[in-house]
Design a protein around this ligand. Structure first.
Ligand code: ATP
Ligand code: MG
Length: 565
């Protein structure tokens, strides 16, 4: 085996995890690298999970090895098949493949039971009849040791019999638990005889009612890693204190292999909440349109919003992995998709808040086709034609009745360039009874076909437009950040939902888009010139009923507001 990952991206220095892996391979501690991504199917994956996915699958890819997808399904009351399916779809969509290595902790229930029996036989586990409250009470504190359970010295035979009764459903929920027998005075509270099994009569989404006892996370996780031959078990920092227990279980059972747990800092992003529990509350209380609401930083929400898998991988690559807790600005994520789409998204014209313009000196019934570049910097992306006619729509805010000097767009008597078409001058402003501008009358310079002034006169402003007769009428949803403050869940007095951004979704109907957008497919993404990046909404768009989502604006409009750097 070579010592450097041959697919390591552009010679970047190794992060601390990859450096450890290198060392482990060189010292012969492990001969190969096997990683895993272990989601609990109790919610949808979010951008924080993407960090872990990119890390685990990325390392496997670099070492030409495998990363397992394992469902950590030991908590049946919160888990479901719906979540299992959503998670597999999301990991695949991100561009990763586990091959045949799809596993469930529940597949190991029999073996885990046998391991627990083995611990009992060794005098390393016992059945404890203290209640959950009593166990908590006797656990001690950081400064005080815990007290030993009166059941701690039960004879092995009695423990074996009771544990079997637990398994056979002879004891009611909550009657007793199986605990590891470690050290009630350990400075690490997790080592003070932690619970390994509890009685729980809940139907499991895979094992149905076969089991009425379920193993706890700390017991399950290390043994599942061991069973699968995982070498490096990468998890977030909050599991640092669990590592001694992870190692204790494997050492005590003297297992044939011993994966190495390494912790890294979790991803935190401002202007959002990240935990599944909070995301679930937003869903259940109908604050958002489901787990895949385009404002949620779930993988499915980002997908529906229009983020590309490449942009999410790029983001994860950019933030890197370390051991120090930090906050990533939401702008960094938005910029990752902006940069990706700036390269790849074809440009089109769409008018979001239309104002009608009649070109009075343009023949009625005439249509011209203008050639437009799909990407001004990328001729290889080709061209398309856009139709022009006597009546067009422009963006309402591209006109001002009394414009300041610096306003280079349209105003009474002013001339502006219609992108790819003609120079036009505004002659007349039509208003309704309430004094609102409803229509403009303009004249075009026929000699400026294509948009350049025949005499070389300077026309500073260029605006986009759509021919009224040919326009595709669409609903456009302008999405923005879901919260108005950078740390919505860190206020002591207020619930995070009090910081929801009332303007996080603005729905515009009657938008006028150029006709090429009539055939937009769900995976297509566009830059609406001067407006931002958009894509069809995969849930609500139908043939004949176009709905577009704004993925991201052209520029970071929050930077100024929040004073973030
Ligand atoms: P949450 O805290 O959002 O409820 P979780 O940690 O309970 O998430 P799991 O399904 O247990 O969710 O996580 C699967 C894997 O994803 C774990 O290895 C976990 O460490 C990792 N993970 C979860 N959240 C983040 C995050 N914000 N940054 C990096 N990795 C994460
Ligand atoms: Mg968890």
């Amino acid at each position: 085996m070579t010592s450097t990952p041959s697919d390591a991206p552009d010679n970047k220095p190794l992060d601390f995890i990859r450096a450890i892996i290198e060392e482990d391979l060189q010292s012969g501690r492990y001969e190969r690298v096997v990683t895993r991504f272990p989601p609990e199917p109790n919610g949808f994956l979010h951008i924080g999970h993407a960090k872990s996915i990119c890390l685990n699958f990325g390392i496997a890819r670099e070492y030409h090895s495998v990363c397992h997808l394992r469902f950590d399904d030991t908590n049946p009351s919160k888990e479901s098949v719906e979540y299992v399916e959503a998670i597999t779809e999301d990991v695949r969509w991100l561009g990763f493949d586990w091959g045949e290595h799809l596993y469930y902790a529940s597949d190991y229930f029999d073996r885990l039971y046998d391991f627990a029996v083995q611990l009992i036989r060794m005098g390393k586990a016992y059945v404890c009849h203290l209640s959950a409250d009593q166990i908590r009470e006797q656990r001690g504190t950081l400064t005080e040791p815990g007290r030993e359970s009166p059941y701690r010295d039960r004879p092995v035979e009695e423990n074996l019999r009771l544990f079997e009764q637990m398994k056979n459903g002879e004891l009611a929920d909550g009657t007793c638990v199986l605990r590891a027998r470690i050290d009630m005075a350990s400075p690490n509270i997790l080592m003070r005889d932690p619970v390994l099994y509890r009685i729980l009569r809940t139907t499991h989404h895979r094992t149905a009612d076969r089991w009425c006892i379920y193993p706890m996370y700390d017991f399950t996780h290390c043994l599942s890693d061991m069973i699968e031959g995982i070498t490096h078990s990468l998890c977030t920092l909050e599991f640092e204190n669990n590592r001694p227990l992870y190692d204790w279980v494997l050492d005590t059972l003297d297992t044939p292999c011993h994966p190495r747990q390494i912790e890294f800092a979790r991803l935190n992003i401002n202007y959002t909440v990240m935990s599944k529990r909070k995301l679930l509350r937003l869903v259940n209380e109908n604050r958002v349109d489901g787990w895949d609401d385009p404002r949620m930083l779930t993988i499915s929400g980002l997908r529906r919003r229009g983020y590309t898998p490449a942009s999410i991988r790029r983001f994860c690559d950019l933030i890197g992995v370390g051991r120090r807790e930090s906050w990533i600005d939401m702008g960094v994520l938005e910029n990752a998709v902006r940069e990706d789409l700036n390269e790849s998204a074809p440009r089109v014209m769409g008018v979001l808040r239309p104002l009608k313009v009649v070109i009075t000196n343009y023949p009625e019934g005439q249509t011209e086709q203008f050639e437009a570049l799909n990407h001004p910097q990328k001729p290889e992306m080709g061209t398309r034609t856009v139709p022009f006619s006597r009546e067009i729509f422009i963006e309402a805010d591209d006109f001002m009745e009394d414009p300041p000097k610096k306003f280079h767009r349209l105003g009474p008597g002013r001339e502006v360039r219609l992108r790819y078409a003609y120079l036009v001058t505004c002659d007349k402003v039509i208003k309704n009874d309430r004094g609102e501008v409803t229509e403009l009358h303009c004249t075009h310079d026929p000699a400026s076909r294509g948009g350049s002034a025949p005499d070389g006169r300077k026309v500073k402003g260029t605006i986009h437009w759509v021919s009224a007769r040919h326009a595709v009428e669409a609903e456009v949803r302008l999405y923005d950040r879901l919260f108005t403050v950078d740390h919505p869940d860190m206020d002591r007095e207020k619930d995070f939902k009090e910081f929801l951004n009332p303007d996080s979704l603005v729905v515009l109907s009657g938008c006028k888009l150029e006709p090429s957008l009539a055939t937009a497919r769900p995976e297509d993404r566009f830059q609406f010139e001067r407006q931002g990046y958009f894509c069809p909404d995969t849930r609500d768009a139908r043939p004949g009923r176009p709905v577009f989502n704004r993925i991201v604006t052209l520029r970071d409009t929050w930077k100024k507001i929040s004073g973030q750097t």
